[in-house]
Design a binder for this molecule. Structure first.
Ligand SMILES: Cc1cc2nc3c(=O)[nH]c(=O)nc-3n(C[C@H](O)[C@H](O)[C@H](O)COP(=O)(O)O)c2cc1C
Length: 378
């Protein structure tokens, strides 16, 4: 059966992946309320359609940080993508580039930064988690700069990993412990088993390279989880600036005051995000926070958002409420997991087609011209 929507791709990803891997992709923190609200909040925003407008041509293009994009959308940073497919980040970067969108490489990525560079055909942005040993972050930034990465996203909503009950339920640990339950789970998914068997379990290769540790996932997992720098503060943006000569964007802003602080400390942009509902349960959703943040800081720097984008119409709503762009988390991963690189490409194409139809039906053919009068609370 052809897969028509992001939600169809999600169902296909669920069928192909062992449960522990799908739950890692999909799972939110605690009872999943923040994650569910990310999506449902879009359903409370209605459109104000205009008729008899010339919508023969639609313009969805955007410029972000000097880069011309096909849409104001980036494939956002997600860790451990190698759990779904080998060479996952090379494939996502290519899919993004072909769609005219940037790809953001996570610190917890499983493909070497050099091979992502070689594979990519579009803008590359870098996501940073800072560990206690700051030399790791400094090496990561230096490597990325030499590979032509242009924009740095520092993620600030992750001093610890959120409470993800499914890890414990599924026995998901790094390294994987081969419990009978896990072995049964894997045995039930022979296609996944075959491709992972041939290519081996993914490793956080970049973290290993930058920390000069062996690429053994036990050490890497410990480095990620226990060594996350929990004393990072706003003044550390100055340290980042010394090591990054491009735009620095703070990802994981969850209130208006922090948006103001980001501006005050010299950020070049922010991403309103609750990390896909994977961190603080009942954290605000970015789409609900957006208008207030744009009122506070919008004129001074790009305000991006993420969380719950599963339809092209969601991009239109975010732009109407003042977002300069959106990041995709799970959506392209569903495509990758279920359909490999072509699946990731198709998910991006679905969102594009839906956005185009939305703009025509809305009678607002130029995406960047959308404003608050185009949407209403329903
Ligand atoms: C499987 C998975 C892994 C993620 N890993 C990272 C990461 O390494 N760094 C980061 O800043 N955000 C990470 N995120 C959060 C995403 O960048 C993004 O904020 C979130 O997924 C957006 O919500 P959505 O999935 O509903 O689109 C991850 C999200 C998922 C689903």
């Amino acid at each position: 059966m052809p897969l028509a929507t992001v939600s169809d791709w999600r169902a296909a990803a669920r069928r192909r992946l062992p449960r522990f891997a799908f739950d890692y992709l999909e799972g939110g923190a605690e009872d999943g309320r923040a994650m569910a609200r990310n999506e449902s909040a879009f359903g409370r925003i209605g459109f104000v359609p205009r008729s008899l407008v010339d919508v023969a041509n639609v313009d969805m293009t955007a410029t972000l940080y000097g880069q011309q994009l096909a849409m104001p959308v980036a494939v956002g940073p997600t860790g451990l993508n190698g759990l779904y497919r080998p060479q996952a980040e090379e494939k996502l970067a290519r899919a993004a580039g072909r769609a005219g969108l940037p790809f953001v490489l996570s610190t917890a990525s499983t493909s070497r930064i050099e091979s992502v560079r070689a594979a990519a055909c579009g803008p590359l942005w870098l996501q940073l988690y800072v560990q206690n040993d700051r030399r790791i972050a400094e090496r990561w930034m230096a490597k990325a700069r030499s590979c032509g990465f242009s924009v740095l996203l520092i993620t600030v909503d992750t001093p610890v990993a959120g409470t993800r009950d499914h890890y414990r339920r599924n026995g998901f640990t790094l390294p994987l412990r081969w419990t009978p339950r896990l072995l049964l789970d894997i045995a039930r998914h022979p296609r996944w088993c075959l491709s992972t068997g041939v290519h081996g379990m993914p490793q956080m290769v970049n973290l290993a390279d930058c920390s000069e540790q062996r690429a053994d996932i036990t050490t890497q997992a410990a480095t990620m989880a226990q060594e996350m720098n929990r004393s990072l503060t706003w003044t550390d943006l100055a340290w980042l600036r010394r090591h990054w000569n491009g735009p620095v964007v703070v990802k994981g802003i969850g209130c208006v005051d922090d948006a103001r602080l980001a501006r005050q400390y010299g950020a070049d942009g922010i991403v309103l995000s609750n990390h896909g509902g994977r961190q603080l349960e009942d954290a605000p959703t970015a789409i609900e926070l957006l208008a207030a943040v744009v009122d506070a800081v919008g004129g001074s720097m790009p305000v991006l958002m993420d969380g719950g984008i599963r339809r092209g119409s969601a991009v239109a709503k975010a732009v109407a409420l003042g977002a300069s762009g959106v990041l995709l988390g799970r959506a392209p991963l569903y495509g990758l997991a279920a359909g490999d690189e072509a699946g990731a490409e198709e998910v991006l194409a679905i969102l594009r087609r839906e956005l185009e139809v939305t703009l025509r039906l809305l009678g607002r053919p130029v995406l960047r011209e959308l404003g608050r009068s185009d949407v209403t609370r329903i």
